[in-house]
Design a protein around this ligand. Structure first.
Ligand SMILES: NC(=O)c1ccc[n+]([C@@H]2O[C@H](COP(=O)([O-])OP(=O)(O)OC[C@H]3O[C@@H](n4cnc5c(N)ncnc54)[C@H](OP(=O)(O)O)[C@@H]3O)[C@@H](O)[C@H]2O)c1
Length: 310
């Protein structure tokens, strides 16, 4: 799979929806991983906080410690050095994430990292704000031969419906799904499939040096999701199609900051006018496995939508 299987892959957001799956898949492939998060939980966990630069060194120290320990056992040699060559980059939860992410890319490069795999989004082109700027930066460094890179641009995650509190609560308590997407369709993708593409991009011998638009197998509107959930749950689930403004207010009422709520509801409006209306064969061609259909995902997690028993 890789030329550097003894070097740990640094997975930022290693406890999150995508990062935790990457760490698990790497471990299953016997590739060591360091799963970074603010608490550093888990067997491969390491403390890393975007807001506390003192913690940025931690993964590199952990890798050096592990590599010197490995050599200790094999040869008795005690000198260690950083062995992180590949980094999965997940943005911090702020709107203007580009400056700090580019600073970290340079920080990691100074410590020997060579390959960067960025999680961006289908809606963000290279050069656009936030991850789009990091995308352009990696591409530019790549053109100069200074890094190997890949940018993952997944569409909307199937997991949103089962993990985002707004959706879970409205499904449990009201049997409703809210959006401002009208009849717009989305090729909902599984985080397992995104992680599988990431693992290939992080570990395969030849550097990808390209972007991957990662889409699921079927185009489904929120009405279609409501129909699938109605069948699976055995009770009527209704899609409530809000205006963009009403969705923005709903997001804010659930605690989302104003500017983030505006951005999220404008993305629903883009879906409404067809921005996500396409499928491709990226998951199959990169991983060798067909992407998971939404119904299969929903079946596997359906207990999360059962109403709480009083
Ligand atoms: N959801 C979608 O439909 C969708 C579609 C396309 C693209 N995306 C992109 O996917 C990304 C989100 O991925 P995800 O769902 O896997 O994330 P997630 O589940 O929200 O996980 C976030 C991760 O970041 C860590 N984290 C949070 N604050 C941190 C900080 N200050 N310093 C260090 N680590 C921190 C969290 O761990 P701790 O909290 O334990 O620190 C966690 O591991 C976003 O960039 C989004 O734009 C999402």
């Amino acid at each position: 799979m890789t030329t550097s299987q003894t070097n740990p892959v640094l997975v930022l957001g290693g406890t999150g929806t995508v990062g935790s799956r990457i760490a698990k898949q790497l471990s299953a492939a016997s590739v060591p991983a360091l799963a970074a998060s603010r608490n550093g939980t888990g067997a491969d966990g390491v403390v890393f906080d975007w807001e506390d630069r003192k913690t940025w060194e931690n993964p590199f120290k952990a890798a050096a410690k592990a590599s010197s320990k490995g050599r200790d056992e094999a040869t008795g040699n005690t000198s260690g050095s950083s062995r992180i060559k590949s980094v999965f980059l997940l943005a911090p939860p702020v709107l203007d994430s580009a400056p700090i992410m580019m600073e970290f890319v340079d920080f990691a490069r100074q410590r020997g990292a060579r390959r960067f795999v960025l999680l961006s989004a289908s809606a963000i082109e290279a050069g656009e704000p936030a991850m789009g700027k990091v995308h352009a930066y990696l591409r530019e460094l790549g053109c100069r031969g200074e890094v190997d890179w890949a940018v993952l641009r997944p569409t909307w995650f199937q997991q949103n419906v089962a993990e985002q509190e707004g959706h879970v609560r409205s499904l449990r308590e009201e049997s409703k799904l809210y959006s401002a997407t009208g009849e717009g369709k989305i090729p909902w993708v599984s985080a397992d499939d995104i992680a599988a593409v990431a693992v290939q991009a992080l570990t395969r011998k030849d550097p990808p040096n390209t972007e991957f638009v990662i889409l699921g197998p079927q185009l489904l509107s929120y009405d279609d999701l409501a129909e699938i959930l109605t069948e699976l749950l055995g009770r009527k689930i209704v899609h409530v199609d809000l205006s963009t403004r009403d969705l923005e207010e709903r997001h804010q009422s659930l605690g989302m900051p104003e500017n983030y709520a505006r951005m999220m509801s404008s993305l629903d409006n883009a879906i409404k006018v067809g921005s996500e209306n396409r499928v491709n064969d990226v998951v199959l061609s990169v991983t060798g496995r067909a992407p998971k259909p939404f119904r299969e995902f929903a079946e596997s997690v359906k207990s999360v939508w059962e109403p709480a028993v009083a």
